[in-house]
Design a protein around this ligand. Structure first.
Ligand code: ACO
Length: 390
């Protein structure tokens, strides 16, 4: 009989931008809000926001480099890159292809996955299925978002909630589980509750390549048109989230044969501390088993769970043999949960040569990319000339 193949997390990494924006900044900006309202209603005290020239792929590459370093893998070891994002660099090509090129992964497929804030758990389940089926060996799964470029800085009910960042893991085959039960769900009837309406094929705000207000660049990015702002019915999302997150978690626990007392750490989507508390209560989990870092980063969308996982690992909250449950919700509406048994030793320190090796590999990948672009340009010229000669 053929032995069953499982998937496990072999490496992890995260990146958040260096610009830290505390709650008070919104008051200084003239918004009718307060640090007290934001922190007591959401648990958020600050968030990290991208620099004007920082794209989603820039954050994704940094997180991926960390994950590959921990896994001890080179670019040639990865055969699939999945980037969970709802804020890609471009409509096309995919952000995953940009990441694949920047990291010099010549043998890897690459695709983006959009399930908004649920994206990382969707991508993790998808990547695990690839590894378990033997269709892929090592899969790089990244959650990266910069929702800040879609925020209306005059809308106090949304702009205070979000931050930017990226988190990544590397999946590899394992003889024992690793990643266990997972669930993914969607209810598109709630699509309008949380949406960025413009910019796609339905609401064509960018049809002429010009933003309707004439700006090429907004205050914090490239999306100043009202239809390109994130809009949300907060209270309805709140109520729904407190039901769907525990339900999804319960499903994967049941599918994995786990009871609340088996769970060492629950990592929910980091949107609002009150949603996390209500979810934990419904699951019968004590506070100390629920990981939260929303205070520092706000809601980083698809990056929230991998960033929380990285910090939980770094701060010693996870040990080999621990059972973890991840649970998320987001625009769509979508939700996803996944149970896992932690199976790899957590390095206590990073050796000095690891960052150096990473830098060298990145430079080599950049040189290879330039050479491939040059080669393509020369071929195009030759084809043109030959075409002229016909
Ligand atoms: N500062 C001060 N007052 C505010 C603010 C603010 N930043 N935001 C809203 N208020 C006001 C409202 O205008 C309202 O005033 P009113 O009573 O005069 O009308 C009052 O506070 C209460 O507003 P509610 O919306 O009922 O406040 P609530 O307690 O529900 O908190 C919040 C709002 C934080 C948005 C909450 O509903 C929430 O967290 N919802 C879930 C949002 C979420 O998680 N979204 C992410 C989904 S993931 C993804 O895919 C991106």
């Amino acid at each position: 009989m053929m032995k069953r193949r499982y998937a496990e997390i072999a490496g992890w990494g995260m990146y958040v931008p260096s610009r830290v924006v505390p709650n008070d900044t919104f008051v200084t900006m003239g918004l009718d809000t307060s640090d007290d309202w934001i922190s007591s209603r959401t648990g958020i005290e600050r968030r990290h926001l991208v620099a004007p020239d920082e794209a989603t792929s820039d954050m994704a590459v940094r997180a991926a480099q960390g994950a590959m370093g921990v896994a001890g893998m080179n670019a040639s070891d990865i055969d699939l890159v999945i980037v969970a994002t709802c804020t890609p660099d471009h409509v096309m090509p995919s952000t995953a292809s940009i990441v694949q090129d920047r990291l010099g992964m010549l043998n890897a497929g690459a695709m983006d996955l959009n399930a908004a804030c649920s994206g990382f758990v969707y991508a993790l389940a998808t990547g695990a299925a690839q590894v378990e089926s033997g269709r892929s060996k090592n899969v790089l799964v990244i959650g990266a978002d910069e929702l800040s470029i879609y925020l209306d800085w005059k809308d106090r009910s949304t702009c205070v909630l979000f931050g930017d960042g990226a988190g990544a893991v590397v999946l590899r085959p394992a003889a024992e589980p690793g990643l266990m039960g997972s669930t993914m769900g969607s209810d598109g009837s709630g699509a309008s509750l949380l949406t960025i309406e413009g910019g796609g094929s339905r609401v064509r705000t960018n049809r002429n390549g010009v933003h309707p207000n004439g700006h090429a660049n907004g205050s914090n990015g490239a999306h100043d048109a009202p239809m390109n702002y994130l809009r949300m019915n907060g209270p309805q999302i709140f109520r729904w989230a407190t039901q769907i997150m525990p339900r999804a978690a319960e499903q994967v626990m049941a599918a994995s044969g786990l009871k609340p007392e088996h769970i060492s750490l629950f990592i929910p989507h980091q949107a609002n501390s009150r949603i996390m508390e209500a979810t934990a209560k419904r699951l019968g989990l004590p506070k100390d088993k629920v990981y939260s870092n929303v205070r520092e980063y706000g809601n980083t969308s698809a990056a929230s769970i991998p960033i929380a996982l990285c910090e939980a690992l770094k701060t010693g909250r996870v040990a080999v043999g621990d059972y973890l449950v991840l649970s998320s919700f987001g625009a769509g509406l979508t939700w996803a949960a996944l149970a896992l048994r932690w199976s790899v030793q957590i390095p206590t320190h990073v050796t000095a040569w690891q960052p150096i090796r990473r830098q060298v590999q990145t430079r080599m990948a950049a040189v290879r990319s330039v050479l491939r672009r040059g080669d393509r340009a020369v071929r195009t010229q030759i084809d043109r000339r030959l075409g002229k000669g016909d």
